[in-house]
Design a protein. Structure first.
Length: 321
């Protein structure tokens, strides 16, 4: 499985850089454009999708609509996108359908290389590690010390995908084996953290802000290279002394297998133009995400980097069982 995932990422990167940019882009779009988002409504990524859709609609002179299709590690939304097989349907997604899903699912209803063409990264989502205030933990170092001394005191939960593997990496690095609490719906996890029914939560800071503001939870760090605009007083992984936990929640646009290079490059250029709009970046920052524009080859490279890091975590997790 790890070798399969490596080949997927390598092929993805090669595909993104192999096609030279045509001199003249095709006339596109010729009708309404649909953006499929494999996440529920609400949250920073949903806000980003709708804001980019609004601005791209202005540039393209066509309606651009966002359709939320959450579920199953993004598989529901990605499958809907792939089945559309339409160059006027785009996917706005986190990297997990390419970087993580091939590592954890024996079979996928889509081919990450054939069916998902990286167009442009648009934003970075943020992930944070929080503890219940009742745990008495003040910093990441004090959390590690307390968890080593009394692992039974710390039950944890995480959003599926990258946040889960970030916390698994933390445990592996520090010799911990804490109990994970699964949630079918994730919203109750935040309430359980506030009430100390679980002690650790790994997800986007925006989800945890109410519990933090009420004094019932404490954010210990964010995993990104820069601090979250929502919690500027919270250190990054590197600042907290855990540089190996630096992960970017990269989110961007993907096209289908039949997307022509000229159309791909036109969309990428327009996404970049929207990202340079200061009003757009300000609104996104207020929603807890930062603009991060990467063109096709760099976007593919970032996905490959994330996949390489997650593959090491998955491999070590399996070997420990």
């Amino acid at each position: 499985m790890p070798r399969r995932a490596f080949l997927i990422l390598a092929s993805l990167f090669a595909m993104a850089v192999s096609t030279s940019k045509p001199v003249i882009a095709e006339a596109w779009p010729q009708r309404a454009v649909k953006i499929i988002l494999p996440l529920p409504a609400g949250g920073g990524t949903d806000v980003a999708a709708r804001l980019f859709a609004e601005e791209l609609s202005r540039r393209w002179g066509q309606p651009v609509v966002v359709e939320n299709r959450p579920g199953a590690d993004g598989i529901v939304g990605v499958t809907s996108f792939v089945n559309a097989n339409d160059d006027h349907t785009l996917l706005f997604s986190f990297a997990g359908p390419i970087s993580i899903n091939p590592l954890i699912h024996d079979k996928l209803p889509y081919d990450p290389v054939r069916d998902l063409v990286p167009i442009a990264a648009a934003v970075d989502n943020f992930f944070g590690i929080a503890v219940s205030t009742s745990s008495g933990v003040q910093t990441m170092d004090s959390f590690i010390t307390a968890a080593r001394a009394s692992p039974e005191r710390f039950n944890w939960a995480a959003t599926a995908g990258l946040p889960q593997y970030i916390f698994l990496a933390l445990q592996k690095k520090n010799g911990l084996a804490l109990t994970q609490v699964p949630y079918r719906e994730f919203a109750p996890a935040v309430q359980d953290l506030a009430e100390n029914r679980i002690q650790v939560l790994v997800t986007t800071p925006s989800f945890m802000l109410p519990a933090v503001a009420s004094g019932k939870a404490r954010l210990l760090m964010v995993t990104n290279r820069q601090r979250s605009p929502l919690v500027l007083d919270v250190p990054t992984a590197e600042e907290a002394g855990f540089p190996e936990l630096t992960f970017e929640g990269i989110v961007g646009f993907f096209g289908g297998r039949n997307l022509k290079a000229a159309v791909r490059d036109k969309i990428a250029d327009d996404v970049a133009a929207v990202g340079r709009n200061s009003k757009v970046s300000s609104r996104l920052r207020a929603a807890g995400v930062e603009v991060r524009i990467l063109m096709p080859a760099d976007f593919a490279s970032a996905i490959e980097e994330q996949g390489t890091k997650v593959r090491k975590i998955v491999s070590s997790d399996k070997s420990a069982r």
